[in-house]
Design a protein around this ligand. Structure first.
Ligand code: PGA
Length: 252
């Protein structure tokens, strides 16, 4: 594919990591050497309290820092929430929205995810919009319909290849050690590309579509070689620099 986007390997630390974890970030920066930098971008999304220090620690490396969620509004009476503007002010350049744990634990609808993605864009962040089917949906043959609906209804207005990334994460693959077959990943990613084409026309070819869900050093090469897989969203294996770099090394 001629205009294939530059891959992105993104780490989602979820609710893990105290300040001492920034040591891993330092090692990641060192491991992201010139040869690897030419092949793929790296991003770490630490918990909110570490965004500012992580962004400061990442100065001088090419590792980008992102938030894991944001509120749709820029400010206001929303105790415990963080806005996209606050993340940007802390040095973040990306924000994950609509992760299945947010959709499940906080009842986030596609409309809510879309509003958060638009907030990310408003603040100048790149939105990583997560989609993916549950085990029941997969078993009953609804995967493509579910993912299409999520993409159509969560994609922010104003989405472009530069400001929006899609992450396909089957819910049943997250944190379980299970992964879809390479053929299943290829089918869903091709379908997401088609949906994006219908919504974004020519821009769609440049949108990065990440695969997420139990990506590990030993399966990264196979998953990341699939057509229309433009990187990974990594949970557990992003906590340790050695694992995360071993995943990114699939692009070496
Ligand atoms: P996992 O999580 O790599 O631990 O399966 C992926 C994710 O939730 O982004």
């Amino acid at each position: 594919m001629s205009n294939r986007p530059k891959p992105l390997v993104a780490g989602n630390w979820k609710m893990n990591g105290l300040r001492a974890a920034l040591k891993e970030l330092g090692e990641m920066g060192q491991g992201h050497d010139a040869a690897l930098r030419a092949k793929c971008d790296l991003l770490i999304c630490p918990p909110a309290h570490l965004v500012y220090v992580a962004a400061a620690a990442a100065i001088g490396t090419r590792i980008a820092i992102g938030g894991q969620d944001c509120h749709a509004k820029a400010s206001g009476a929303h105790t415990g929430d963080i806005s996209a503007e606050m993340l940007a002010d802390s040095g973040a350049t990306f924000c994950i929205v609509g992760h299945s744990e947010r959709r499940a634990d906080h009842g986030e609808s596609n409309a809510a995810v879309k509003a958060k993605a638009e907030a990310a864009l408003r603040a100048g962040l790149t939105a990583i919009v997560c989609v993916g089917e549950t085990k029941d949906e997969r078993v009953s043959g609804k995967t493509l319909a579910v993912v299409r609906r999520q993409v159509r209804n969560s994609l922010p207005d104003g989405a472009s290849a530069a400001n929006t990334v899609i992450a396909y994460e089957p819910v049943w693959a997250i944190g379980t050690g299970l992964t879809p077959t390479v053929a299943d990943v290829a089918e869903v990613h091709a379908d997401i590309r088609r949906t994006l084409k219908s919504l974004m026309k020519g821009e769609a070819a440049g949108v990065r579509i990440l695969y997420g869900g139990s990506v590990k050093p030993d399966n990264a090469k196979a998953l990341l070689s699939v057509d229309n897989v433009d990187g990974a969203l990594v949970g557990g294996a992003s906590l340790k620099a050695a694992d995360f770099l071993a995943i990114a090394a699939a692009y070496r």
